[in-house]
Design a binder for this molecule. Structure first.
Ligand code: KG4
Ligand code: ZN
Length: 340
């Protein structure tokens, strides 16, 4: 079966990005994402609006991905889609479309776990990017998740640490909201942080045992800090936004790196791969690069377009499932919550 090329159409619609990609084996031929700007004015994703926008975008996005790849529908080997976790109304759009297309083309259907896909994105064949070897540790950091996963094999993954409350992406987005920046604020905090002094305002690390994380206390700490200073100087935010962002980003990086160091100590594994939207953060990427020299780790940082939500990662997970003949029938359903 493996000797012939495998062409996978992948669909991702778990949150507020409608995405489609076409892969030839482990190579990405096209990777199209339609962002939903509608949520900016609400300061967060509005589920009803997200599912409606997915319905509007899904056909043009899949059309564009196929056209860009140069692959005709009739050449497709299988359809992969995000089964969960995510917003039910959003997931339903991609799931239903994938099911219908696999039935119409009479080709296999493959359900993919979004968080699994963020990790397997490292196995996309890209010039200049090495693939990790098993076992490795994956730090998955997104708007909905913060986990340290021990990846023993493509399909054998153990969560060894995770957040007990907010995800790290929420910490970035809520900081941005406190500072009056639009949603999603993570990239904007990153942008301001590049211009500021990370030691300007010392925030404190929460005390959380083991490999788990907590970010809700940090959010409250930032809120009180900004409220107190704004009461004394109404222009405090405007005058200090770069330093505030740099200081917040600095403490978040410290929290993540300290837990990674502990995970390396506990498992003896020195290969670290990051994934999820927050791994687009320049400070986190720098810290991981520095860790190569500082601690002797081998670190894997995905290509920028495979960090935030995309369908190429669903495609590579689908490709691995295809090789292992892990298929689904037409009764498969979307799941808002899902285990590895
Ligand atoms: O993986 P993702 O695209 O969607 C989820 O599955 O949640 O992650 C989105 C999250 C948002 O919280 C966004 O603010 C954050 O990733 N993010 C960043 C950066 N780019 C995206 N956070 C910090 N710095 C960035 N450069
Ligand atoms: Zn994601």
């Amino acid at each position: 079966m493996q000797s012939e090329s495998v062409f996978i159409l992948a669909i991702e619609s778990s949150c507020d990005d409608t995405a489609a990609a076409v892969l030839k084996n482990d190579k990405v031929l096209s990777n199209v994402v339609a962002n939903q700007s509608i949520h900016e004015q609400y300061g967060g994703v509005v589920p009803e609006l997200a599912s409606r926008a997915h319905q509007q975008n899904i056909v043009p996005v899949i059309d564009a991905a196929l056209k860009k790849s140069g692959v005709d529908k009739s050449q497709l080997t299988a359809i992969a889609f995000t089964q969960g976790p995510g917003l039910m109304g959003s997931l339903l759009v991609g799931t239903s479309f994938a099911k219908s297309l696999s039935l119409a083309l009479d080709i296999p259907l493959i359900a993919v776990n979004h968080m699994h896909a963020h990790i397997l994105a490292h196995f996309i064949d890209e010039d200049g990017f090495d693939k990790p070897e098993f076992p490795f540790l994956a730090l998955t950091i997104s708007g909905g998740h913060t986990q340290i996963v021990k990846v023993n094999d493509f399909f054998n993954l153990e969560i060894i640490g995770e957040t007990t409350d907010d995800a790290v992406g929420e910490a970035f987005d809520k900081t941005a909201k406190i500072l009056g920046l639009p949603y999603p604020g993570g990239p904007l905090v990153d942008k301001h942080a590049k211009l500021g002094n990370p030691k300007a305002f010392p925030f404190t690390k929460p005390k959380v045992p083991g490999l788990d994380f907590s970010f809700s206390g940090l959010k409250t700490q930032i809120l009180y800090f900004v409220q107190k200073n704004t009461a004394e100087n109404p222009d405090f935010i405007a005058e200090n936004i770069d330093d505030i962002c740099a200081s917040v980003q600095n403490i978040i990086i410290k929290i993540l790196m300290d837990k990674l160091k502990l995970a390396v100590e506990q498992t003896g594994i020195k290969q670290i791969a990051i994934g999820g939207g927050v791994s687009a953060n320049s400070g986190i990427r720098n810290a991981l690069v520095q860790a190569r020299e500082k601690y002797g780790w081998k670190t894997f940082i995905p290509k920028f377009e495979y960090t935030t939500d995309n369908a190429a990662m669903i495609g590579i997970a689908g490709y691995q499932k295809y090789l292992h003949e892990k298929f689904n029938d037409a009764t498969v359903v979307s799941k808002a919550r899902i285990e590895f």
